[in-house]
Design a protein around this ligand. Structure first.
Ligand SMILES: [Zn+2]
Ligand SMILES: [Zn+2]
Length: 116
């Protein structure tokens, strides 16, 4: 079971606005390619083709997104906390305000980094 290069003849283009599996493409794990093929078996290597995304992978993707969201929330809370500290610092002295402002700037950048 190895790739003989035949699969490139059936190579499927990435569909626009829909998923590869949703548009009827099948994935060969051996050839590492998406193909347009009616059969269940790869015409190239003979390995069983995948017609659905891997459940585990999808779940992991979903979980990663949830984690990213909660991270953003955590950062937002941090910024709010620092703002509170800043307000308190303004009341105490101007020197401490500068330090508080610097840390606000640093934390505020973080959500952008996570999104990217
Ligand atoms: Zn192949
Ligand atoms: Zn194959």
């Amino acid at each position: 079971m190895t790739c003989k290069g035949i699969c490139t003849r059936y190579k499927a283009q990435k569909p626009v606005g829909t998923g590869r599996y949703a548009s009827g493409q099948k994935r060969c794990q051996i050839c590492e390619i998406f193909i347009k093929w009616e059969g269940l078996w790869c015409p190239c290597c003979g390995y069983r083709l995948r017609t659905k995304p891997r459940n585990l992978k999808y779940k992991a993707k979903l979980r990663a997104r949830v984690e990213a969201d909660s991270q953003l929330e955590a950062v937002a809370v941090k910024v709010a906390e620092v703002e509170e500290i800043e307000v308190a610092a303004v009341k105490k002295s101007t020197k401490r305000t500068k330090t508080a402002k610097a840390s606000v700037k640093k934390i505020a950048i973080e959500p952008v980094a996570i999104k990217a």
